[in-house]
Design a protein around this ligand. Structure first.
Ligand code: SAH
Length: 376
């Protein structure tokens, strides 16, 4: 891993930030585009390799800026082709990134925090506790490193065609760093992914859903997992702060706010005997109403020390059929990479000093002061 210095990290800067950086150096905005292409499309991290940048400017850049990238400390390959990388982010913490190849796409599942503060009862990351938010460069570095490890340059071929913020952490509790990264992923001078191919998944941090609608045109997935407050309080405790009567209107605001037809992916983990009965499906149908959405049922992925069990295939299909009969679009997520603990909810990383969860709660409380919430 490259050492931290006082130099400015260019890897995590979106176009506007890079242009401002070059302006402050007395350089023209097109330098930002040139450098973005070198970094993200060509996978270059050494200024000397940027051959269309003058030697004088390269020297200047070396003094004030850097392109820091994390070290891959482990790589595991699943029998189904899924690859998990463990990346060392500082001297203490490691995070995990997963690549899932499919016939028609390659999805990269990236982390936004070291650990997670949300304590969802069925998620392995929650058991790790929370240490800190990842910086912009640490988040986009996962895409950069994945392309390197896969031996591809995004300029030539788009092996990683989709990115989902479904790794470790709650992306909407780290919007300052996550939003610029979403913009980099969608920038034609960087990875050029369409908004349908960049998905931010949240357990339901309502004020940040409104912010997302206003600031970044990416896709949204909601980890719903329960059709009523009593059950959701238990499974996704952030529901106590933003219960369904607050969350659902935010989802309607989100789809109405866009200028193109938007829809939301609803994630629903299937837990045996907990949330997988036909009555739950009926409640879910009522709750979603006419929200433009697609429901993705996720068979539970077990991890050590959990009492939850995966729903039977029968239960999953009964649930799916019920939703389909009601006219809802519902798919079942194929479990991938579970033999290397790379499936949804199995990412644990290596989180040092897990005690910061309480500190993070303060930030959660702060969010309730947002104007949107006060109106509810
Ligand atoms: N914090 C964000 C993103 C991370 S989790 C969120 O809550 O959406 C990505 C998805 O995996 C979420 O839908 C999450 O609820 C689901 N998940 C977590 N643990 C799981 C498990 N053990 N089995 C299956 N899915 C799980």
């Amino acid at each position: 891993m490259t050492q931290a210095t006082e130099k400015t990290d260019l890897l995590g800067m979106d176009r506007a930030a890079l242009e401002a950086f070059f302006a402050q150096m007395g350089e023209k905005p097109f330098r930002a585009v040139q450098v973005m292409k070198w970094i993200h499309q060509m996978g270059v991290s050494d200024f000397d390799d940027m051959t269309n940048v003058s030697k004088a400017l390269r020297e200047k850049l070396k003094q004030v800026a850097q392109i820091r990238t994390p070290k891959i400390v482990a790589e595991q390959r699943s029998s189904d082709g899924t690859i998990k990388w463990v990346l060392e982010m500082d001297n203490h913490n490691c995070i995990e990134t997963v690549f899932i190849p499919e016939a028609d796409r390659g999805t990269l599942c990236i982390s936004s925090q070291v650990g997670c503060a949300l304590e969802c009862s069925f998620c392995s990351t929650a058991q790790q506790g929370f240490n800190r938010n990842l910086e912009n460069w640490e988040i986009v570095a996962q895409m950069w490193v994945a392309n390197k490890a896969l031996g591809t340059t995004p300029r030539e071929e788009r092996v990683v065609s989709n990115v989902v913020f479904m790794g470790m952490g709650e992306p909407l509790l780290n919007v300052t760093h996550v939003f610029p990264v979403a913009r980099i992923l969608m920038d034609d001078n960087a990875y050029g992914l369409s908004k349908r191919r960049v998905t931010i998944s949240t357990a339901g941090v309502v004020p940040a859903i409104d912010k997302l609608r206003e600031e970044v045109d990416a896709s949204l997935a909601i980890s719903l997992h329960a059709p009523n407050n009593a059950l959701r309080d238990e499974l996704v405790p952030v529901n106590k702060k933003y219960p369904l009567e607050v969350l659902m209107p935010a989802l309607f605001r989100y789809v109405e706010g866009g200028n193109s037809k938007k829809h939301i992916t609803i994630e629903y983990v299937m837990l045996d005997g907990v949330n997988d009965r036909v009555e739950h499906a009926d409640e879910l149908i009522d709750l979603l109403g006419n929200l433009p959405s697609k429901i993705n049922l996720i068979p539970f992925n077990p991890f050590p020390n959990t009492d939850y069990k995966r729903s039977s295939n029968n239960a999953v299909h009964r649930f799916q059929d019920r939703l389909k009969q009601a006219g809802l679009n519902c798919t079942v997520r194929k479990t991938r990479g579970d033999d290397i603990d790379a499936a949804c909810g199995q990412l644990a990383g290596k989180v040092k000093d897990r005690t910061k969860r309480t500190l993070h709660r303060v930030e959660l409380t702060d969010l309730t002061m947002s104007p949107q919430l006060n109106q509810v």
